[in-house]
Design a protein around this ligand. Sequence first.
Ligand SMILES: Cc1ncc(COP(=O)(O)O)c(C=O)c1O
Length: 423
Amino acid sequence: MSQTNAALIERKNQAVARGVGLAHPHFIESAKNATLIDVEGREFIDFAGGIAVLNTGHLHPSVIAAVTEQLEKLTHTCFMVLGYEPYVEVCEKINALAPGEYEKKSALFTTGAEAVENAIKIARAHTGRTGVIAFGAGYHGRTMATLALTGKVAPYSSGMGLMPGDVYRALFPCEMHGVSVEDALASIHRIFKFDAEPCNIAAIILEPVQGEGGFYVAPKAFMKALRDLCDEHGIVLIADEVQTGAGRTGTFFAMEQMGVSADITTFAKSIAGGFPLSGIVGKASIMDKINPGGLGGTYGGSPIACAAALGVLKAFEEEKLLDRSNQLGQMLTESLNQLSVDFPVIAEVRGLGAMIAMELMKEGKPAPELTAALVAKAREKGLILISCGLYGNVIRILVPLTIPDAQLQEGIQIIKQCFTELL
Ligand SMILES: Cc1ncc(COP(=O)(O)O)c(C=O)c1O
């Protein structure tokens, strides 16, 4: 064994800023599909997927083939200087996939936060307004403007002072924690009354299923009401699909299941199977409001990342991964609901498609310690889990859609053993 986790963690602690956390004390040497191998040769089942980046698994053959082919041709021109076909092809394909009965255009960037920032820029240019309404427990990134939108202070913006202004926070509907659709809508009307008139609001941004916030699915009635509000007041509705997109929820975009469409949709993470690519797709008339030069970035839509995205889209088509997403979601929901009979600390199993979570409660209160203990025990037994939620009491499952059934069941059995030992 040439390396140990302990030695690498020690080097990390010496060399890397403390703010860059590490959820699991392991360094990974290699990975394939849903299997991770650490530097000590220990194998793990990956139920985290690099936080929703690996819907097609680690090193999917279609992605690797597309990237390898691209690597032999071209790695960079900067699309704002000289064009290359894969960028345009990704945009054409995303325009065709994104929900909304209107002509669409796209733009590509590198990270999810960058996509969100650009969606806001376009909404501001389109409306000539500056205000944005975002939601409690929403997560939109770690850059300054996206931190202003992110509805959870610790750890994301703790100690960093006030974030950029003209952002108003509404309540996200969550029956389990006492917020109805009516309460959430009333909180928006309160903003209109107390803080900012609708004519000053450029955009309402939300995740169709809150990711970091705890996998709460926005009710269709809420989305419809938001759509109506936006139409009434000329506000741009932005669906942040950075985590929900690329097939995680059983449709390519979660908004396909919401009965209404957004004006602009962000995407990133699993769109390029582990390579850094993000983007926005929206109504052509809105997307074109910014003049040439106003959108872009040195690496945005790099040839390699675009090739990877084309590999991902090919895998979705060839392997019918949307069907698989729904099938996995069903299997996970059934298994976890079954577990909740023996372990009533599992207060709720919820999600959309294969974006599934279980929320742990003890005596009617969130159970973050138990959640952390479960994550640690599962790791000891060879399963990588991650938690989320405003109270840190939600286990979210973002397993590759390409995982074989037997390995999925193995992971579920580990969760069962952990509950047995912990409770
Ligand atoms: C919904 C949502 N938006 C934006 C982001 C930010 O993406 P990135 O970390 O690539 O900047 C994330 C990341 O988790 C996310 O889940």
